[in-house]
Design a protein around this ligand. Structure first.
Ligand code: PGA
Length: 261
């Protein structure tokens, strides 16, 4: 059985003080829910400057199944890369890292080739990569979703063996659904996620296609998470806007109810 993952991408919100307060507020509730569901995992991804503060709060409140993730990292080990964070530095505090988020691809010109180097570095350092893929509005309207997804998988995951490929998490995030309040319909998301498993089975074989955990992201709230998780191929959500609100706890609660069934 695949773990259900609800990850919160806080984006550029909450400096260390606010991040600590918010974490202290939601952590006991999250723990109460997740503790009863060993097949569930929640990953909090604050901005890098707040990782340490959130880590401290997480150390002080005993929890089960709640982990810390970064929103990005560089692939080099160390050196003259002003403003960047090395994998080993991330690993000191985190167990996961979001890679290739569409905002990084769009605003900071990250390519599949760069994302690929980061994926290899994350795996090398024992970090769980959450690799984001998804089509933009134009590609969606032109019906190019499948070819875009296929290319992103081939390029972003180049050089992984089947075992590595089955360990990572993919987040399918149609760019037109991110931060717009206009989520994909659950059946649309399911179709693409099904396709991702198909591409996976072609490249890495049937076992990897069954093992890979695939999340949906884009305008997920407690009001629609249930629709997505009702599809067995959708293993959870990458939550943006709603992850910095108490609604995040509700999303986890709703997910737990479904996982239980
Ligand atoms: P959203 O963002 O939930 O605010 O649409 C999702 C994401 O960017 O990961």
């Amino acid at each position: 059985m695949r773990t259900t993952i609800i990850a919160g991408n806080w984006k550029m919100n909450f400096g260390p003080q606010q991040a600590s307060r918010f974490t202290a507020e939601i952590l006991p509730e999250l723990d109460k829910i997740i503790r009863q569901h060993p097949s569930m995992l929640s990953i909090l991804c604050p901005p890098s400057i707040s990782l340490s503060a959130v880590h401290q709060v997480m150390q002080s409140i005993p929890t089960h199944g709640i982990e810390l993730g970064a929103q990005n990292m560089y692939f080099e080990d160390k050196g003259a890369f002003t403003g960047e964070t090395a994998p080993e530095m991330v690993k000191e505090l985190c167990s996961a890292v979001i890679l290739g988020h569409s905002e990084r691809r769009n605003y900071f010109h990250e390519t599949d080739e760069l994302v690929n180097k980061k994926v290899h570095a994350a795996l090398h350092y024992g970090l769980l990569p959450i690799v984001c893929i998804g089509e933009n509005t134009e590609q969606y309207e032109l019906g190019e979703t499948q070819s875009v997804i296929r290319d992103q998988i081939h390029r972003s995951l180049a050089g992984l063996d089947a075992e590595q490929a089955s360990q990572i998490v993919i987040a399918y995030e149609p760019i037109w659904a991110i931060g717009t309040g206009k989520a994909a319909t659950a059946s649309e998301a399911n179709m693409v996620i099904h396709y991702i498993r198909y591409v996976y089975s072609e490249i890495y074989g049937a076992d990897a296609a069954q093992a890979i955990r695939i999340l949906y992201g884009g305008s997920v709230t407690s009001a629609n998470i249930g629709e997505f998780l009702a599809y067995p191929d959708i293993d959870g959500g990458l939550i943006g806007g709603a992850s910095i609100k108490p609604d995040f706890v509700e999303i986890v609660r709703k997910s737990a109810e479904i996982v239980k069934k």
